[in-house]
Write a protein that binds this ligand. Structure first.
Ligand code: SAH
Length: 352
């Protein structure tokens, strides 16, 4: 085994820290010693989460979007995307089904769709929390004002996912139109954290122009933010976006980065994402074996799933919620883990 690889992993595990040079080494060397890194990460995950995996039911309630991110299949500029919105009744019925099959978290995700006013969102949150008081509500609906975030929180929302996408402003500008800024996105994350949400940031691995240096800056940013959750998955090209001809991100690099993040942030919630499962049929299992501890099965009604296409080839678009649930539980058990019964809050999180 490569001695430098071993010593970097050992030191990372002891200090929860890594230099830029060592990060480059772990991400760029050949993968022959990956298992040493993954085993270390798995061990740390096991210390804090035992062998429990938290499931979150994902409800993709609208694919309308006012933004134009160059990588995303539901960008406003994609005139080929067939748009849809779920009604309040449809969303509540997804939660109903979700609770029956054992989910304790609902993630409401959408494009940035101006149709859903703050009032509609707060009403929805209240209705979900009234019907399912033991469940957590996670929002993933993009950039909003501090005031809106506060209203949603007061209505009962528990968590918020907003990937920062890249911490480097120049790289951010290569992935987004001029109307968007990385600084604004970071501000949103700090606002959310201050309000009292459990907050998730994150990046795609292998977006065009991403360097190891950028990933190092992402880690520096995450250390400052101290998120409760970090969502990472490989970039996967979508045929109707400006990035249609760009190469997909590497599964191997995503797995190494998952493991590195587990070692730097021992208690963070770390999903094995759908993008990882799309890029590799066993990607989610490999993610768990590299230190991830969350999975997000699709709870959206099956007739809209094919329309919420952020990238090509997305898995689980032909199934019903119950099938997705059964499939994921099976996947978790076959690798020796089990699905948790709890809400799956961050280990240190105490609601004010
Ligand atoms: N509008 C919400 C939800 C965005 S979709 C928001 O702004 O947060 C959730 C995540 O999917 C994005 O943050 C992005 O990191 C990821 N994503 C989008 N397009 C992708 C692609 N082509 N490949 C992989 N992941 C993608």
């Amino acid at each position: 085994m490569d001695e430098r690889f071993r010593s970097i992993v050992d030191s990372l595990k002891d200090t929860q820290d890594i230099s830029k040079e060592d990060l480059a080494y772990l991400l760029e060397c050949d993968g022959s010693d990956n298992e040493y890194l993954f085993e270390a990460a798995r061990g740390v995950a096991e210390t804090h989460f035992h062998k429990e995996i938290y499931l979150r039911g994902l409800i993709e309630f609208s694919n309308y979007c006012r933004n134009n991110c160059y990588y995303c299949g539901i960008r406003g500029g994609n005139l080929k995307a067939e748009r849809y919105r779920l009604s309040e009744e449809e969303i509540l019925s997804c939660c109903e089904i979700g609770e029956k099959i054992g989910f304790k978290t609902f993630v409401l995700q959408s494009g940035e769709d101006p149709y859903y006013t703050d009032e509609l969102i707060t009403d929805l949150i209240k209705k979900i929390k009234t019907a399912h008081p033991d469940c957590a509500v996670t929002l993933s609906i993009g950039e909003k004002s501090h005031e809106s975030y506060q209203k949603f929180f007061d209505a009962g929302a528990d968590r918020y996912l907003l990937r920062h996408e890249t911490a480097n402003e120049e790289h951010y500008s290569k992935l987004h139109p001029k109307s968007m800024s990385g600084a604004e996105r970071k501000k949103c994350l700090f606002d959310l954290k201050k309000i009292g949400y459990q907050v998730g940031c994150g990046i795609m691995v292998g977006t065009p122009c991403q360097t190891v240096e950028n990933i190092y800056e992402d880690i520096v940013f995450m250390k400052e933010l101290q998120p409760h959750m970090i969502g990472i998955g490989p970039f996967i090209a979508h045929k109707d976006t400006p990035f249609k001809d760009e190469p997909d991100g590497s599964v191997d690099r995503t797995l190494r980065l998952l493991a590195i993040l587990r070692l730097i942030f021992p208690k963070v919630l770390l999903p094995a994402t759908t993008a990882l499962g799309t890029a590799d049929a066993m990607g989610r299992e490999k993610g768990i074996l590299a230190g991830a501890n969350v999975m997000m099965p699709n709870l959206s009604p099956s007739n809209v799933r094919k329309k919420y296409l952020l990238y090509d080839g997305k898995i689980c678009t032909g199934e019903e919620a119950a099938e997705c649930n059964a499939c994921l539980r099976g996947r978790v058990e076959r690798i020796g883990f089990h699905v948790a019964d709890s809400r799956g809050d961050h280990p240190d999180f105490i609601k004010q």
